[in-house]
Every structure is written in structure tokens, then in C-alpha cells.
Design a protein around this ligand. Structure first.
Ligand SMILES: [Cu+2]
Length: 185
């Protein structure tokens, strides 16, 4: 069973539990006698929910790229600027429209195993910078915001063509706002 299915099933089970608790409390609140019991249940389920959330966070948060590579100095820095409706990616800073259009459609190649630091910003509105691996799985993402440079570090473990997709609805052609990146041996 793939990781995505496990996560999906875990989500399905936990959301069913939460929905049942809400339903139980909502239905039982009509009867005062059951209401007394439901308060006990409510506390129990709240505790259960808190523990479940805590376990999920403890297991997953340390794997977030923001923490995983915070101590590793980057081998490569890539500057990314988002602008309706494209991404310009370059090894050199993109400071104006001229450097933006020169960096458009760049063939970006990074080496497998390198820690890459993306410095992501936007020239107009908020965009999302999401990196998808060759199998189409979202592996890392950060916001592209005007006036801010957000850093995202990632170590690419697999060779192949990666897709960058905007993850923040930014206008009419948002769905087509993407770029490609290649990881080479
Ligand atoms: Cu968008």
C-alpha cells in the first residue's frame, strides 16, 4: 500500500471519528439524560483527538523541509520569481522585468543529492511554489509573496523531471502556471 493511501485512510478514519462525535453530541443534546453522558464522552473524545493530533504532528513535523535542511548549508541557490502566469528561475538574482524575461524558460538543472535553496518571491500577487516529483507527488512548497523572499531548502534524491506548479489561486490562468526542473545524476 502506498504512503498516499495510508495517509488517505488515516484521514478517512480520523474524520469519521470526529464526524461521529459531532453527530452523537448533536443528536444526544435533545435528551437531557444522554447529555450528561455525552459530556463525559465529549471529554474522552477531545482527549483522544488531542493525542491523535499530537502523534501526527510529532511524526510529521520534523520531516518538513523547513526544519530538515535548516542546518545544512545549500550547495546551490536558485532565485525564483513568480508573476502572472509564469515562474522565472535562475542561478542569478532576478531583480527586474528584463532579468525576469531572460530567466523565463531556463533549463534548470540541479544535481542529485545537492541541497538546493530556493529564494522565492513574486512580482505581483501571492502565488504558491509547489515542487512535484517525477511521479507527480508534491514534495515541498512555499508561498511566493511580493515584498518577501521565502527560502525553501530541499535535497533531491531522485533523478528526473520535476514540475513546479502554482498552488495559490492567482487569476484566470492559474492552473497553467507551471515550470519544469531537471535533476541529473
Ligand atoms: Cu496561481
Amino acid at each position: 500500500m502506498s504512503l498516499q493511501w495510508i495517509v488517505f485512510l488515516a484521514f478517512l478514519i480520523s474524520s469519521t471519528v470526529i464526524a461521529s462525535v459531532y453527530l452523537y453530541v448533536a443528536l444526544s443534546s435533545f435528551k437531557e439524560k444522554i447529555l450528561k453522558n455525552s459530556e463525559k464522552f465529549r471529554f474522552f473524545f477531545f482527549l483522544l483527538l488531542s493525542i491523535t493530533v499530537a502523534i501526527y504532528l510529532i511524526l510529521t513535523l520534523p520531516k518538513a523541509p523547513y526544519f530538515a535542511f535548516s542546518q545544512s548549508p545549500p550547495d546551490r541557490v536558485l532565485h525564483v520569481v513568480a508573476k502572472q502566469f509564469s515562474f522565472a528561475i535562475s542561478g542569478f538574482p532576478i531583480t527586474d522585468e528584463e532579468t525576469f524575461s531572460r530567466s523565463l524558460g531556463n533549463e534548470v538543472k540541479v544535481k542529485k543529492g545537492e541541497v538546493v535553496e530556493f529564494r522565492v518571491t513574486s512580482f505581483d500577487v501571492n502565488h504558491g511554489f509547489g515542487i512535484y516529483d517525477p511521479e507527480g507527488r508534491l514534495i515541498a512548497q512555499v508561498q511566493a509573496m511580493p515584498g518577501y523572499i521565502n527560502r525553501l531548502r530541499y535535497r533531491f534524491k531522485k533523478v528526473g523531471i520535476y514540475t513546479i506548479q502554482c498552488l495559490e489561486y492567482c487569476g484566470i490562468a492559474h492552473a497553467y502556471m507551471n515550470a519544469k526542473m531537471e535533476v541529473v545524476p
